[in-house]
Design a protein. Structure first.
Length: 187
């Protein structure tokens, strides 16, 4: 293991930078700095998960308006939706030797983002899902999961347009979504 490292003193920034080899970085938890071997400053290394914070996977599903079908992100899927960096949707067909179907017209699909939450049965929650919340020991009416631009969060919207913050409810159950189960909106 190499124990060579570099120390840079940057007086204009009032900073010291220490560059450690990978082997050293992986095998230490604490760095101790001393002044004249008397005063100590102890710095503990953050765990990688704490350092990066919670990272949510970006996943989405697609409602194909032309064929009236939901395209879900599955490992065994033969049709895979692909987003480019501009937000354009393309389709890959793995059944036909990874055939590229090209960019899909925006009016032919609806993207629904995974919101980073699961219902009481562990099912992933997406935009436009229809859910019931458990409130005061009873299941309340149906709500639609929507992004609220004003509060910058996902909310539950009822048939009257009234909104409840989704983060306030731990227990909810996905009943369907607005595309595959439009009959739920009628009741």
């Amino acid at each position: 293991m190499s124990d060579i490292f570099q120390v840079d003193y940057l007086p204009e920034k009032k900073e010291i930078r220490i560059n450690l080899p990978e082997e050293v970085w992986n095998n230490i938890d604490t760095v101790t700095l001393t002044r004249l071997f008397q005063e100590e400053l102890v710095v503990e290394k953050q765990k990688e998960s704490e350092e990066r914070g919670r990272v949510m996977k970006i996943k989405f599903r697609v409602w194909d308006k032309v064929n009236n079908r939901m395209i879900m992100p599955r490992q065994s899927a033969t049709v895979i939706p692909v987003l480019d960096f501009n937000g354009n949707l393309g389709i890959m067909d793995t059944y036909k030797n990874w055939h590229w179907h090209g960019i899909v017209q925006e009016n032919e699909y609806e993207l629904m983002l995974f919101i980073g939450s699961h219902d009481i049965n562990g099912h992933e929650t997406y935009e436009n899902d229809l859910v019931q919340i458990l409130d005061y020991a009873s299941w309340e009416r149906l709500y639609k999961v929507v992004w609220d631009e004003e509060s910058l969060m996902y909310v539950l919207e009822d048939a009257y347009g009234d909104k409840k913050k989704m983060c306030e409810f731990e227990h909810y159950l996905i009943r369907g979504n607005i595309y595959e189960n439009p009959e739920l909106l009628e009741g």
